[in-house]
Design a protein around this ligand. Structure first.
Ligand code: SF4
Ligand code: SF4
Length: 264
């Protein structure tokens, strides 16, 4: 039975075993209409994949293709794909033949036509009255759709980052300092800038990081994101994880500051 015909309608919440009919293709007559005037939040992995497929640095990608927004509740920054300023506010990557970055398309585009808050319950987010793809015979379970769309790739990193960014502590006190917001943005969404920060600032004087970890984060954005989540845990909540602070360096710096104050 097609989802739109089910007794409890298209708003029915689905879990991984539930089924729906769907195929989005150029023959539907509504093809590409979903790739316009839409708010697409990018995950850190999305930014890393997209900027690689476009052969851009992460900073160039963020400047050219995204808006930064800040949650009024938590003060956390997020990154949204910027639509073109044309009549239909089209996605910058949509072409007549479809998505030009299909292999690197964002998480939300992979999950479509479904939506989910926590990855446990899913609902149909496309308007069943307009989506011809829901009339197609191809049937999916939610789990098979997730697999087909490569969504499990996001699971580990997503859990890891949620663990840091949705910690209860964050909800108790809003992040109001723009420098802190910028640091979070850099760590999560701008791997090239974060890498430069690690390797060219005094970061490695303050923290002792094992050589094998340094080797990994030099080129691998995903390894850098895992590392970054540990760093955020420390910067936001003082939890060190595998970061080892160089106490001698900090003592030296403290003495320098005190000496400077005394001579002023
Ligand atoms: S990234 Fe691709 S699938 Fe997503 S809205 Fe843009 S063109 Fe459509
Ligand atoms: S309305 Fe449905 S079939 Fe048409 S483009 Fe959107 S998802 Fe595809």
């Amino acid at each position: 039975m097609k989802l739109r015909d089910q007794p409890d309608g298209p708003d029915r919440l689905m879990t991984w075993d539930d089924t729906f009919h769907f195929k989005c293709h150029p023959g539907t007559g509504c093809y590409n209409t979903c790739c316009r005037d839409v708010t697409i939040f990018l995950t850190p992995l999305d930014v890393s994949r997209l900027r690689k497929s476009l052969a851009m640095t992460s900073s160039e990608f963020l400047n050219r293709y995204t808006h930064r927004i800040v949650s009024s509740v938590t003060g956390l920054p997020a990154v949204v794909l910027r639509m073109n300023e044309d009549e239909h506010k089209t996605c910058p990557f949509v072409r007549e033949e479809g998505c030009s970055v299909y292999q690197s398309r964002p998480f939300s585009c992979r999950l479509y036509p479904l939506d989910s808050d926590q990855g446990i319950e899913y609902r149909l987010m496309v308007d069943p009255a307009k989506c011809k793809g829901l009339d197609e015979p191809e049937e999916w379970t939610v789990e098979r759709w997730r697999q087909e769309q490569g969504l499990p790739d996001y699971d580990d990193l997503d859990h890891n980052l949620k663990d840091v960014m949705q910690a209860d502590l964050l909800w108790e006190e809003k992040i109001a300092d723009p420098r802190m917001q910028d640091m979070i943005l850099m760590v999560l969404y701008d791997p090239d800038r974060f890498r430069e920060f690690i390797f060219t600032s005094s970061f490695l004087n303050k923290f002792q990081v094992d050589e094998d970890i340094l080797e990994k984060i030099r080129d691998d954005d995903t390894a850098l994101l895992y590392f970054g989540s540990q760093w955020l845990r420390f910067a936001l909540f003082g939890k060190k994880g595998f970061l080892k602070i160089d106490r001698d360096y900090l003592e030296r710096k403290k003495r320098e500051v005190l000496t400077k104050k005394e001579t002023e």
